[in-house]
Structure formats: C-alpha cells, structure tokens
Design a protein around this ligand. Structure first.
Ligand SMILES: Cc1cc2nc3c(=O)[nH]c(=O)nc-3n(C[C@H](O)[C@H](O)[C@H](O)COP(=O)(O)OP(=O)(O)OC[C@H]3O[C@@H](n4cnc5c(N)ncnc54)[C@H](O)[C@@H]3O)c2cc1C
Ligand code: SF4
Length: 543
C-alpha cells in the first residue's frame, strides 16, 4: 500500500502557523458551472460523501459535493461551549412516530461540510466479521452482499488516513492500530478498574485523534470538547481528513446548497443531475452520475421526494425498499458517583471499551449483543441525564454541583433491522416546501432484552469500581440503514458497490446502505464502504 501521504495529503495541506484552515486552498478551489456536465455530483459532504469525493478527485474525475450546510472554519466556528454548538446539527423539522420514537437532533445529525463527524465523539472501531452475516449465523437481521475480508483493506486505509490510535484489538478480526493508545482519563480508569475486578476484558481506544503530530495536525490536548468540534484539529473529521486533499485534486465543495430532487430522464431512467437551492435561488447541476450521501434520514427522504413519472413512488422504490430497515443503536447510559474527583470531561468522551458481549451468547435470552464504552457527558448533557431520572429543582442543582465526582458509561446495543422501522413522507412541509421525513421506530423483544442486559453489566462495573450511587437512563445513539445494500432489488436499494439497482448511474455512499449495525460506532465502516465504492467506480471508468 502506498504511504498515507501519497494517498491523501490532507493533514499536510492544513496550515502550520497556529491557524486551522487553509483559506488559500478554498479560495483557489475549482468551480464548475451548473451547465457543465460534470462526471459526478455528490449530495452531502459528510463521512461517506467526502471519501468518495476525495478518491474520485484523485482519479481525475470532475466531481463536486453539494452540502446543505456551511463550509465550517474551525477557527471562527468552533466554540468550546455546549450551548453555542447548536448550529452543527440538522434541526429542520421531522416527524417521529412508532411505539418507541427516536428523538432527533444533536445526538444523531449533522449539517455542513464534514457532516456529523465534525462533532462526532471520535471512536472508530471496526465491525466484526459476524456483522456481515447475522442472518446466516444467528438467524436474525440480514446478510450483507459482501463479507468482512472484502472491506478489510479499506478499513486499514482509512485507519491510517484519520489516523486511529488504540491498543491492539482482540475482538472481531484481531488487529492493531497505526498509533499507540492515548493516556487514560479519570472515567477510563474507573472503567478499567471495575472491569478488571469482574474479569471483563477492556481496552483503550480506538480513537481517530492525533496522538502526536500528524502532518500539520497537533496532538490532542484532552479538553474533552470533541462533541462540539475539535478546535485543535487533533480529532479527525472529513473537513480536515479528506476535503483538503479533494480540493487540491480539483474537486469542488459547494456549501449552503440544499438538494431538493434528483432529476431522472423519463425515457432512459438515468439520473441527469440534481435540483438544489442556493442563496434562495433554485438551480440545477448537470452530471453524468449522481451519488447521494445525506445520512440515514435525508437520503431516503430525497429519494422519496424525487418521485417522477418513471418512479412514481420515489427513485429506486419499485419494490418498496426505500426508507425501510432504518436502525438506531440502543444506548443506555449508566453513571456512578465516587468520593474522589473523576472529572470525566478531561479526555475524549469514549476512550475505554469492551466488546466482550458483542456476539450472540447462547446462554442469554437474546441474539447479537452490545459493546460498552466510556461516554463522559459535558454539563448540559449531564443535566439531561439527571433530569431524565426525575430530579428537578434543588435535587438537580445538587447533582450538578457534584458533577466532578461522576463517571459515566454507555452501551451500544445492536437493535435489529425491521422493515417497519422506516422513513416515509409526512404531510408537513419544510422551508423549501418539501414534505419532511416521518421516521417511525418500534423496538422488538430482542432489543429490549439486550438493553436490559447492557444496563446490568454497566451497573456491575461501576459498583465493582467502588461507586456509592448508580443511575441509568435509556437513550438511542447512531442511525444507519434506510437504503440498504442487498443481493437483489427485492430486498434492498443498492448492490455491494453502492450502485442503485434501478438507476444505473445513481450511487448511495453513506450510512444508509448498511444492512446491519453491529454494536460498533459506524463512521469508520461508512468511510470504508464509500472508499470501496470509489475504488470500484474508478476501476470501471478506467476499463
Ligand atoms: C453527537 C454524535 C456523536 C457521534 N459519535 C460517533 C463516534 O464516536 N464514532 C462513530 O463512528 N460515529 C459517531 N457518530 C456517528 C457518525 O458521525 C455518523 O454515523 C456519520 O457521520 C454518518 O455519515 P453519513 O455520511 O451517513 O452522514 P453525515 O456524516 O451526517 O453527512 C451527511 C451530510 O449530508 C448533508 N445533507 C443531507 N441532506 C442533504 C441535501 N438534501 N442536500 C445537501 N446536503 C445534504 C448534511 O448537511 C451532512 O453534511 C456520532 C454522531 C453524532 C451526531
Ligand atoms: S479532547 Fe482532544 S480531540 Fe477532543 S476536542 Fe479536545 S483536543 Fe480535540
């Protein structure tokens, strides 16, 4: 494999003078006209979109990514303040329904160049080989149209490009990381102590956070503001890991451009380009190929909103697959109080974890499993945790003033994909006059049993570490699925290379293509899947 700098020079394209953004690169960026028929237009410049952009710019394609949000500048836009970071999230209206509706906002969305990863927590584990065949192995979920070894080289590439630091990983496909683990904060020490007392294996990492200098990106300074956007540029996000290299190779990133519809040719059924709104004006970008990477809710919504005479029920929705099998990880969160000060905020939020409970255990009353990680909420999120327990007024104040004494763990439970958990279009319209997404979500018995077991393990770990009080809340984490990859058009929307079954020049390269979600955080897998799709596209064009 060529050296990382030969494949992706982003970290060396950032300034080396104490500032965080290469303004010259942005000013000199290539700009295509709407009337140019470019090779590829990408909707969304987050985890999946940016990797595709960078890879195909390097392959010499004329490629542009349109993102609904701003082109962030870490110096000007990142504030080390929870409340001041609300502009980072997708806050347009959405309807939520089902028996267990999923609240939408800061915890599961992003808007702007870099996508949700500009304020993600930085944890980057791989999926396990078993995640790709849960139906065949465990009789639940779905089988991917590709197996783990086909993704492994792309995991390795992306781990070098972010880059990832962590201990050697014993679970799934055992592997090492390019950088050594970070020192452990107070929360992580408590996790390791409690786990050791119970005989549970735990490890430090993997985090996509520079551990030492990487190009012109400095070392992490452990201030714990990863979820507000890292002002230091130590934490990886596409804004600094893939976009600079894409620009240097002739790609355009068009910010503040909301794509409203994919245009489909009535005769050929092929994509012609995308309609979008910029500065209040409706515009149309022609392209030989379209890729959608707008995240699990907005991607299916765009396909449904692009209904036309060829696809009256939504683009690629001939077999009623668009929007289905949307998944969210169950994420119960358990906090424990300690007499000594913990100061859980002083480190990247997820730092230590265990995947010992990831796989199906025949001794338990559920299939598949969960992982457990440190989570370290900042004060406002901590107040939400305490208030969700019913504490208010004086009691809430007391918990808040005791903040530095608490440690906090979170589980990621592999809730199963179900056809009824889906995005449809609501009656309500957004500011562009487009129907908003209605996201219906209901848990199954397997999901509830998993979350209960995860809670019990977390409570045991904190008690074993010496906590004198333990409190748990139920919540959700990452979203994936909604336009899944499959072997055929009757059970999914795209093939193993993210190509639409219905529209030969339409691709989907974000988290919505994942058929299962594992109990691992998804960003690394989304980037690896997009890198694989890009490799396939470039090779096909070469042929
Ligand atoms: C608070 C938080 C913490 C997280 N922590 C972790 C973690 O530690 N580890 C991990 O692996 N994952 C984490 N995640 C999840 C991870 O960030 C996402 O899974 C990942 O970024 C999703 O990638 P994507 O390409 O599907 O979408 P995104 O990265 O969200 O990108 C989608 C982009 O599309 C744009 N867009 C959408 N619709 C349109 C449209 N119609 N027109 C133009 N642009 C559009 C959006 O503005 C956005 O920039 C976290 C997420 C959040 C919110
Ligand atoms: S803890 Fe490290 S990675 Fe997180 S915001 Fe601070 S410097 Fe960035």
């Amino acid at each position: 494999m060529p050296g990382v700098r030969d494949r992706n020079e982003s970290a060396w394209l950032l300034p080396n003078d104490g500032s965080r953004t290469n303004h010259r690169l942005r000013a000199d960026m290539r700009r295509f006209a709407d009337t140019d028929e470019i090779d590829l237009v990408i909707v969304g410049c987050g985890a999946g979109g940016s990797v595709l952009l960078q890879r195909l710019a390097r392959a010499g394609w004329r490629v542009a990514a349109l993102d609904a949000g701003p082109f962030w500048d870490p110096d000007a836009d990142w504030v080390s303040d929870e409340a001041g970071s609300h502009r980072l999230y997708w806050t347009d209206p959405r309807v939520i329904s089902g028996t267990d509706p999923v609240p939408m906002g800061s915890n599961n969305s992003g808007r702007g160049v870099g996508g949700s990863m500009v304020h993600y927590a930085g944890y980057t584990p791989r999926f396990h080989p078993s995640d790709f065949a849960t139906l065949a192995r465990d009789g639940v979920g779905a089988d991917w149209p590709l197996a783990y070894p086909e993704l492994r080289p792309y995991y390795e590439q992306i781990e070098q490009e972010l880059p990832v630091a962590g201990e050697r990983w014993p679970w799934g496909d055992p592997h090492g990381y390019p950088y050594r683990p970070h020192p452990v904060g107070g929360n992580g020490e408590i996790f390791l102590r409690g786990a050791r007392a119970l005989g549970i294996e735990a490890r430090v990492g993997p985090v996509a956070i520079a551990n030492g200098r990487f190009g012109n990106r400095p070392h992490c300074i452990y201030r714990g503001f990863c979820l507000q956007g890292c002002k230091v540029n130590a934490k990886a996000s596409p804004l600094i890991t893939h976009v600079p290299d894409a620009l240097a190779h002739g790609a355009e990133v068009r910010a503040d451009s909301m794509v409203t519809r994919i245009a489909i040719d009535r005769e050929s059924g092929r994509a012609l380009g995308v309609h979008y709104v910029r500065d209040g004006r409706e515009r149309f970008q022609r392209a030989a190929m379209v890729a959608v990477a707008g995240y699990s809710i907005e991607t299916p919504r765009l396909l449904l909103n692009s209904a036309c005479s060829r696809f009256p029920d939504g683009v690629g929705n001939d077999f009623d697959q668009v929007g289905r099998y949307l998944m969210v990880q169950g994420a119960p969160q358990t906090a424990g109080r300690f007499d000594a000060e913990v100061r859980m905020y002083k480190a990247p939020p997820p730092e230590v974890s265990t995947e010992q409970f990831y796989e199906t255990d025949p001794a338990r009353d559920f299939r598949r499993g969960f992982s457990i990680q440190t989570v370290s909420p900042l004060p406002i999120t901590w107040a939400e945790h305490v208030a969700a327990q019913g504490h208010w007024g004086g009691a809430l104040r007391e918990y808040m003033s005791d903040y530095v004494h608490w440690a906090c763990l979170g589980a990621l439970c592999e809730f199963l994909p179900q056809p009824g958990n889906r995005v449809t279009l609501a009656e309500e319209k957004d500011r562009y006059g487009l129907p908003v997404a209605d996201f219906s979500y209901s848990q199954c018995d397997n999901d509830r049993a998993q979350a209960k077991a995860a809670q019990s393990v977390m409570e045991d770990i904190l008690h074993a570490a010496g906590a004198d009080e333990v409190i748990t809340i139920q919540r959700y984490a990452h979203l994936v699925g909604g336009a899944r990859m499959a072997r055929d058009q009757y059970s999914g929307v795209v093939d193993q290379f993210c190509r639409s079954f219905a529209v030969p020049n339409l691709y989907i390269t974000d988290g919505s293509v994942l058929p299962t979600q594992g109990a691992a955080n998804p960003a690394l897998t989304i980037m690896a899947v997009a890198a694989r799709a890009a490799g396939h596209l470039a090779a096909r064009a070469g042929r």
